[in-house]
Design a protein around this ligand. Structure first.
Ligand code: UD1
Length: 402
């Protein structure tokens, strides 16, 4: 059963700062990035109540400071959403330079361009980002690169700006649409999310709401790939099949059987899979966040596969770990050239980042013998109960507390 989408939830939680009131968010994934988000919201003055493991009530009536703790905000990437929300609510905000997985340069120039177009002043000094504005005014903004974070952040900031903001060349990921739907549930007037152009008509006020986060496309994709890699028969539920089309198409191209239900997908394999080429791209293209798990599957798939990473400059670090397990991979620039081997061998490997960690779990499942993965705190940032979910499918996997 797939959990709520990390990349939607990490934006929706800070977006509750837009209002002076109460929101209840359901289907929140139980991951460490959410726990840190809650800690940051609390430090700003919000009251957080967990109704159950997946439902949070956030009361943002008393926001007491505009300075988000630098140590917490610099721990993960999505802390940048505090900027959009607090800028709109309070006209000023200070956060630590956003952290997150080390995938190469991760600039925020497009966020800054958007905030400045809305009338804000942005200063970056001593590892902190300071943004302030007397008032926000609508603008036409054409993003230079397709950025999930910049699209969502500027959309959040513009919800109550005076006039109609038009964002062009925006990201179309399911989580962008989900955040827009959440903002509209609070009374925002946002049209076009999921297309190349988003129009945001500024409203005077937003109010609290109840909202349920969409299922996690990336967690679902990870389990689909694990099913194919282990030649299993796995039905993945609580998903939106449309969000998984690029992954389903690639698995089918390899020879796997993918059957879609209304809110489920079943992945089985009944013959030898073929190597394929994969190139990551913004939605609806093949998601960069599923690239690392996919390269594990390709490492044991007959023939040569080319995996080209077009979003992040350094997202092949996991291939060094896979090579320790016997994979035949050569990285040239942004492309990993993978020659499928019969079997991987268990080894001690490192979860070099979040999705690389999930990739190592799949590698461990298909390898001969035992695999030990260290630095698993990366995995906990984005996969709720990963070992329990895999154990329920028959995997021999355990967390060793040291
Ligand atoms: C989000 C996801 C991350 C995913 C990525 C791409 C969250 C919390 N994280 O990250 O899991 O891998 O989308 O789908 O949602 N860029 C700029 N300037 C900017 C912003 C981005 O040049 O101001 C570039 C980046 O360097 C990258 C590309 O745009 O090459 C896409 O980045 P972006 O979509 O912004 O990624 P994130 O929002 O950081």
């Amino acid at each position: 059963v797939i959990s709520g989408a990390k990349n939607a939830a990490v934006a929706i939680l800070p977006a509750t700062l837009l209002i002076d009131g109460v929101c209840t968010i359901e289907n929140v994934p139980n991951i460490s990035d959410i726990k840190i988000s809650c800690e940051i919201l609390k430090k700003l003055g919000a009251k957080i109540t967990w109704q159950d493991e997946h439902t949070i009530t956030i009361d943002t009536t008393n926001i007491t400071t505009t300075k988000a703790p630098l140590d917490l905000t610099s721990k993960f990437r999505a802390s940048y959403y505090i900027i959009g929300a607090m800028l709109s609510r309070k006209g000023e905000v200070e956060v630590g330079m956003p952290g997150g997985c080390k995938l190469g340069a991760r600039p925020i120039d497009q966020h800054i361009k958007g905030f400045e177009a809305l009338g804000a002043n942005v200063t970056i000094e001593h590892g902190a980002v300071l943004v302030e504005a007397e008032s926000l005014k609508a603008a036409n903004i054409f993003f230079d690169v397709v950025s999930v974070g910049a699209t969502i952040n500027v959309m959040i900031a513009a919800t109550m700006a005076e006039g109609t903001t038009v964002l062009e060349n925006v990201a179309k990921e399911p989580h962008v649409v989900d955040v827009a739907n959440f903002l509209n549930s609070m009374g925002a007037d946002i049209k076009g999310a999921g297309t190349d152009v988003i129009r945001i008509k500024g409203v005077n006020e937003l109010v609290g709401c109840n909202y349920s986060v969409i299922p996690d496309q990336i967690e679902a994709g990870t389990f689909m790939i694990a099913a194919a890699a282990t030649k299993g028969d796995v039905t993945i539920t609580n998903i939106i099949p449309k969000h998984l089309e690029s992954i389903s198409a690639k698995l089918i191209e390899m020879g796997a059987i993918v059957k879609e239900g209304d809110d489920s997908v079943r992945v089985t394999v009944d013959n030898e899979l073929r190597g394929v080429n994969v190139k990551t791209a913004p939605y609806p293209g093949f998601p960069t966040d599923v690239q690392q798990p996919m390269s594990v599957l390709l490492s044991i798939t007959k023939g040569r596969s080319l995996v080209t990473e077009s979003i992040w400059e350094n997202r092949h670090k996991h291939t060094d770990e896979l090579k320790k397990m016997g994979a035949m991979i050569k990285v040239e620039g942004r492309t990993a050239i993978i020659d499928g081997v019969e079997k991987l061998e268990g080894a001690k490997v490192i979860a070099t980042d979040l999705r690389a960690g999930a990739a190592m779990v799949i590698a461990g499942l298909i390898a001969n013998g035992e695999t030990e993965i260290v630095d698993i705190e990366h995995i906990d940032r984005g996969y709720p109960h990963i070992e329990e979910k895999f154990r329920s499918l028959g995997a021999d996997i355990r967390r060793v507390v040291r």
